[in-house]
Design a protein around this ligand. Structure first.
Ligand code: ATP
Length: 306
């Protein structure tokens, strides 16, 4: 099965390093979500995979060997800036792209038909791309990435601007391609979607990978957090429990982080000492929480650091 590997990629613009030792692998059958704040380096990384940009250091491997030009061309790529010819008809454009990748005329037409039907734009085959709504242009863009049956998929923000139906279609296409053995990597700012769809998530911050794991593993890393609902407890009640750190305290609930399992029982005892306890529950961070933690301490847009 195909394996895509990015090994120690670095890239600078002038004296400014925008990628610093970025490494990750995506196995066939796997969907990797690539997330990070604006300007963190996602597009730069993907362009290097495609060969549109040359890294200063590091390499991109397929099954352990550096990607050659022909293998790069065989990647299904959806660029962030999109790359369709606005005045060309949808069908002609997709046929052309499929032919460019070596399909004969009949196979190109069949692939165009298949993907436009699948993506819900088959009735627009005869329309110029520029006459389509942005969301439909994006569906065509995905069709363009798929018409040549790529063995690797690299998609830069494929979900941005899509309506919920198109999001579902796009999600099922990505799952299906992964199930067919294709390594899939896509960037997105829609973290709920990434959480739902991806087998693993890589978080990049200011050009460095700061997390790379399954959502489940990322969620269970870090100190355990517990939510306590004790309506009669006075302010500051949990602060004195050894090993507990109050994360937030409000009228509805107190959230504490504990240094190790078992401390929550002492937190519970302290809460019970103040009156009834209605709830003691482990809090599982969402990918959004993890993302915030991972990019914490940086300006909201990392370009501001430049
Ligand atoms: N041609 C260029 N010249 C100089 N700096 C550049 C160039 N292209 C990108 N950069 C800088 O490299 C950094 C990484 O940009 P990149 O587009 O990879 O980020 P991104 O994570 O894709 O962001 P976004 O989420 O906004 O798309 C940014 O600070 C950007 O300003």
């Amino acid at each position: 099965m195909t394996r895509l590997e990015l090994r120690s990629l670095t890239k600078s613009y002038g004296s400014r390093r925008v990628l610093d030792d970025v490494s990750f692998t995506v196995d066939g059958g796997e969907i990797l979500g690539f997330v990070g704040a604006n300007g963190a380096g996602k597009t730069t990384t993907m362009r290097i995979v495609l060969g549109v940009l040359v890294p200063d250091g590091g390499e991109v491997l397929r099954d352990g060997h550096p990607l050659d030009a022909a293998q790069r061309r065989s990647i299904g790529y959806m660029p962030e800036e999109r790359g369709l010819y606005p005045k060309m008809k949808v069908g002609e454009q997709l046929d052309y792209l499929a032919r460019l990748h070596g399909l004969d005329a009949a196979a190109a037409r069949a692939a165009t038909r298949e993907w436009t039907e699948r993506l819900g734009v088959a009735e627009r085959l005869g329309d110029e791309v520029q006459k389509l709504s942005l969301g439909n242009q994006q569906r065509v863009q995905l069709a363009a990435a798929l018409v040549h049956s790529p063995e690797i998929l690299v998609l830069d923000e494929p979900f941005s601007g899509l309506d919920p139906v198109a999001v579902d279609v796009m999600s099922s296409v990505l799952r299906e391609r992964a199930a067919a053995g294709v390594p899939v990597v896509f960037s997105s700012h829609q973290l709920d979607l990434v959480e739902r769809l991806c087998d693993r998530v890589g978080i990049i911050r200011a050009g460095s990978m700061v997390a790379l794991d399954t959502v489940e593993a990322l969620r269970s890393g870090g100190a355990p957090r517990w939510r306590v609902v004790a309506p009669q407890a006075p302010a500051g009640w949990a602060a004195a429990v050894p090993g507990a750190h109050v994360v937030s305290e409000g009228p509805d609930a107190t959230v504490v982080e504990v240094t190790h399992d078992g401390v929550e029982q002492q937190v519970l005892a302290a809460a019970l000492a103040t009156g009834p306890v209605h709830e003691l529950a482990r809090v599982r961070p969402s990918l959004t929480d993890l993302f915030r933690d991972a990019v914490a301490g940086t300006p909201h847009t990392q370009e501001a650091q430049a």
